[in-house]
Write a protein that binds this ligand. Structure first.
Ligand code: BG6
Length: 486
């Protein structure tokens, strides 16, 4: 009998095979899952336990390292997988779920039960209510729900209300896998485990901050989902704003889930509300268009030929507090860009006076700190140095730290980290209900503006380019330009 069961809704979907199963397997191999665990996959696709195991086994060979494929533990892991075909939208089907859970756990209450909602977002509000009606929301259960949590402010509030009517907040884990990334967590260590940066980390010394999370892939097979989401809901309202919070937050006095999440909420609550001018001029949205070899967004499967969904967004945002007043944060994300990279660039103020000549005539007078989250994970500080030899020319050089010098990042990925945290009851890296609300309060006006102004510009950008040129114009207002990593 299993003492711990993880029930995955959406078990035949993309996220399960790409991320969840490899993450669970990584935890299993390291003996980091509870003993006697079982996974029960739920989906509408018809599988039996054995056909589901075969399906996952085959898919795992695509998503875990080749040297793992023949490992006996892979077979043992797959033996722990079970499957129940049901329609998660049908209340009547939950009786089957209750019966199957009892089969897996026996008469005794298991030590833990974890629901993972990896379904289309339209089911996020339905499943908890059906679980409750079937008496499956018992005190020892936890639930992980994927992003986007809500479609806009109203729907996010409605979801929060539904979840609060079914579970206690300490049972609810709103996942944002960016927070599970080692390099995202390291922003906190970098800032708060060192004495030399924090005194400079404010409006007196920082001119502006750039946060970039771009990809060189399109929407892959996710047209159906993406059409209803767009870059704002898919990346900005959650991942990017979390990175803003990690960069801008105050140090919690003691590092624990409550204190950390309180500081995140304070950042969201300090975001300067977007004005009419911001909505018109400080948000640039784009959509990728065909290149010689790749289709444009509108040619993708399950995308309307006249779609207005944005695949790129760049925004200037401000934080109204003592530390950050007047320091713009420029954030951007996009599909089908020249490369995949996530990084934060902190631009310090220029020296007040330049007394040296500069190599090549171009004189960078400001230090730049680059926190590279992926790939080539590391940290780079750019500073001026005298060019050796006669005269007194100065040029910028880099002082850099790369995780590869430590032998690389641990293999466990963001999902493994977060699933393990959830099993252990640690909510630090999960989004609390008030944070969801505060974040949506900030972004909701953008969605409303687009709704009310269907002609608001949506610029095309060819696949493989850095997005609409208009996003450069937004930076030029500040006398700056985007740092495009190569
Ligand atoms: C997901 C988005 O949350 O994050 C995807 O839904 C995006 O559209 C992905 O591709 C990016 O995550 P990562 O970890 O690959 O940078």
């Amino acid at each position: 009998m299993s003492k711990f069961v993880m029930i995955i809704f959406g078990a035949s979907g993309d996220l399960t095979k790409r991320k969840l199963m490899p993450a669970l397997y990584a935890l299993y191999k390291d003996n980091r899952l509870p003993e006697d665990f079982a996974v029960l996959g739920i989906g509408r696709t018809e599988y039996q336990d054995d056909t589901y195991r075969t399906y996952i086994r085959t898919e795992m060979e695509r998503f875990v390292a080749p040297e793992e494929h023949a490992d006996n533990r892979m077979a043992d892991f797959c033996d722990r997988l079970h499957y129940l075909s049901l329609n998660p939208a049908e209340a009547a089907d939950y009786g089957k779920l209750a019966a199957r859970l009892q089969e897996l756990t026996g008469e005794q209450e298991p030590d833990g039960m974890l629901y993972y909602l990896a379904t289309p977002p339209s089911l996020y509000g339905v499943i908890p209510l059906h679980l409750k009606a079937a008496g499956l929301n018992r005190p020892h259960t936890r639930i992980i729900v994927e992003k986007p949590f809500g479609y806009d402010l109203d729907s996010a509030r409605e979801l929060n209300r539904i979840y609060a009517s079914v579970f206690e907040e300490h049972q609810i884990y709103r996942i944002d896998h960016f927070l599970g990334k080692e390099t995202a967590q390291n922003i906190l260590a970098f800032r708060f485990a060192n004495g030399i940066f924090e005194p400079l980390w404010n409006r007196n010394y920082i001119d502006y901050v750039e946060i970039t999370a771009v990809e060189n892939l399109g929407i892959e097979q996710r047209g159906g989902f993406y059409e209803g989401a767009g870059a704002l809901r898919d990346m900005v309202q959650n991942h990017l704003i979390q990175l803003v919070a990690l960069t801008a937050m105050e140090p919690p006095a003691v590092f624990n889930a409550d204190n950390f999440r309180n500081e995140v909420v304070k950042v969201y609550e300090s975001l300067s509300p977007l004005t009419e001018e911001d909505l018109n001029e400080h948000i640039v949205r784009g959509q990728y268009t065909a290149s010689a070899t790749k289709p444009g967004y509108r040619e993708e499967k399950n995308v309307a030929p006249d779609s207005r969904t944005e695949t790129y967004i760049a925004m200037k945002i401000g934080i109204d507090n003592w530390r950050w007043s007047g320091v713009p944060f420029y954030i951007r994300t996009g599909k089908q860009m020249p490369t995949k990279v996530t990084e934060i660039v902190v631009h310090f103020r220029e020296t007040p006076h330049q007394m040296f000549r500069c190599e090549g005539g171009h004189c960078p007078r400001a230090n730049k700190l680059i926190l590279r989250l992926q790939p080539n994970e590391g940290i780079v500080l750019k500073f001026g140095m005298k060019v050796p030899g006669p005269g007194f020319d100065v040029k910028q050089v880099m002082m850099d730290f790369s995780y590869s010098d430590l032998g690389g990042l641990p293999t466990g990925d963001a999902y493994a980290r977060l699933i393990e945290d959830c099993i252990q009851g640690d909510q630090t890296l999960f989004t609390r209900s008030d944070a969801v609300d505060a974040s949506w309060r900030f972004f909701d006006p953008v969605l409303k503006f687009w709704q009310e102004h269907p002609d608001a510009p949506l610029y095309g950008y060819p696949v493989g380019t850095w997005g609409p040129l208009e996003s450069e114009a937004m930076m030029r207002e500040h006398g700056a330009e985007w740092t495009n990593p190569c």
